[in-house]
Design a protein around this ligand. Structure first.
Ligand code: GLN
Length: 501
């Protein structure tokens, strides 16, 4: 039976109400994938330093390389999905690789660390961009409910992030379920959780994918073009062959540097090559998408201080606030929690504003995202005014996160939505991959930004706080300038976007 014999695209896209029902299965599948990503992100540096005995600096560099690779591989995953696998097959293949990586890590996380991580990197690359692309295809061109759908999907991302971020390190460190998991197996179980939840993710997808009809089917009809069937196997084998290369790249971070110098220009060159085959209107749209992509990398470079400098700042320069909370837990979870609470509300706000014809257009939303990011970072910096002996207030810090989160909500889900609107049908996965590639650069630059505001160990607490605070206010200024520039060029970008709103 062909994958498309179930629901027709027409019937899917002509849904009634606010959200298409298929959104929920994509929501849950992606929720579990992000559980793994953020769960791993929360454990990696800790595990490398305290369990593998790495130097902090090396661990940080390797952490950065891993993060950059995860997002860089989404670009590759998106590209092969467009050309050969289709989104559904890509997603399964990605999920299977993630499960394999998790099992490898669960067997012996110390011995097989880089091997397991590399399986997870490649797996995430095939999974992550393609599920977002499928969300986009649930909507007809011009359907104003698309942004709200992406906002809801974004809540799923963050529900996974919140659960994974708490549970995985909690199990590893023995804070959670310590009475049922023997001490010597805690990290094995923590890494093994990825396999469990990815199995749930794939099963959810397997049982509900018939509702997606033709969305995400392979771009080539392999029944008719049997001779092309080997393309699929070539992608599988190619992906496996990448794993030893990535093991090397992540464990020797300077190779990752070289790769980063190469992949960005390569992706732009490839885009230009694709553009030579398209009409002017499509090319203008792709150019608009590129503007969003370039700006988004600056957004993530500032935003992603969360995993780096802000976590060190939280560890040393914050009190426990009104609710007596650990500042690092607040740093790791408040963003996700705020997204879960506010993304659906903001999604509905867009719909409501649309009803009164005063919804800001996507470019302006993007600009607002930057301005809010700037305001949030300004608050992080201004917190020093409330500090005593170099310790500032957690409550103010959380307020900063709330504003940063509003910024993220008006930029990130909108960005996903825009990619699906601006890309031509054959470049959906590729453009989504490029969007995430900008995150890879963001992660990469975040490390450099973070290092640039890292205070001397010999400084007093107040001096250290001063260094962080003026750094955050500097980033706030960059974000503000970017926001003003985006809003100022919005008429031009909208022209490029043509009929896309
Ligand atoms: N938090 C979002 C996610 O994990 C966006 C991340 C990004 O694009 N850098 O999907």
């Amino acid at each position: 039976m062909s994958e498309s014999q179930t629901a027709s695209l027409e019937s899917i896209q002509n849904f009634e109400g606010k959200y298409p029902k298929q959104l929920w299965s994509l929501f849950f599948s992606e929720m579990w994938e992000r559980f793994c990503f953020y769960g791993m992100r929360g454990m990696l540096t800790f595990f490398m330093v305290y369990k593998m005995g790495m130097e902090k600096e090396t661990a940080n560099l390797q952490y950065g390389a891993t993060q950059a690779w995860v997002y860089a591989f989404t670009f590759i995953g998106g590209m092969f999905a467009d050309k050969i696998l289709g989104f559904k097959k890509s997603l399964f293949w990605g999920g299977i690789l993630m499960i394999a990586g998790s099992i490898i890590l669960a067997i012996d996380p110390n011995a097989f660390f880089f091997l397991g991580i590399s399986f997870l990197i490649v797996g995430t690359g095939f999974f992550k961009p393609n599920i977002s692309s499928m969300v986009g295809q649930l909507y007809k061109k011009g359907d104003h409910r698309r942004d709200a759908g992406f906002s809801l999907f974004y809540s799923g991302i963050n529900t996974g992030a919140l659960l994974g971020g708490i549970l995985m390190i909690g199990v590893g460190k023995g804070e959670i379920f310590s009475s049922v998991i023997p001490e010597n197996a805690r990290w094995n179980v923590a890494f093994g959780l990825v396999a469990v939840v990815m199995l749930i993710s794939l099963l959810t997808f397997a049982f509900t994918r018939k509702n997606l009809g033709p969305i995400g089917d392979t771009p080539i009809d392999y029944e008719k073009e049997k001779q092309k069937k080997w393309y699929v196997y070539a992608v599988y084998i190619g992906a496996l062959a990448c794993i030893p290369i990535i093991v090397n790249m992540v464990s020797h971070t300077k190779y990752t540097d070289y790769f980063m110098y190469f992949i960005g220009p390569f992706s732009v060159a490839y885009l230009i090559f694709e553009m030579t085959r398209l009409d002017r209107a499509s090319n203008m749209k792709l150019l608009a998408a590129l503007v969003f992509i370039v700006f988004s990398s600056l957004f993530w470079a500032i935003f992603e201080q969360a995993g780096g400098s802000l976590s060190l700042y939280a560890a040393e320069h914050l009190d426990r606030g009104s609710f007596n909370l650990d500042p690092n837990i607040v740093n790791n979870s408040s963003n996700s929690l705020f997204v879960i609470i506010f993304a659906p509300i903001i999604g509905l706000l867009w719909l409501w504003l649309n009803k009164y014809k005063i919804e800001p257009n996507s470019v302006v939303k993007f600009g607002i995202g930057f301005i809010l990011l700037g305001a949030g970072f300004y608050i992080f910096g201004a917190n020093k005014m409330f500090a005593t002996s170099g310790v500032a207030m957690l409550d103010i810090f959380a307020l900063g996160y709330l504003i940063v989160t509003f910024g993220e909500i008006s930029l990130s889900p909108i960005g996903l939505s825009l990619m699906t609107k601006l890309a031509t049908p054959k470049l959906q996965g590729f453009m989504m991959g490029m969007w995430f590639l900008a995150s890879a650069y963001g992660q990469y630059v975040a490390g450099l930004f973070g290092a640039s505001i890292s205070p001397a160990e010999t400084a007093t607490p107040m001096e250290k706080l001063e260094v962080y605070s003026s750094g955050y206010q500097q980033f706030a200024l960059y974000a503000l300038i970017a926001g003003v520039v985006v809003i100022a060029i919005s008429p031009l970008v909208r022209k490029l976007m043509g009929d896309v709103k």
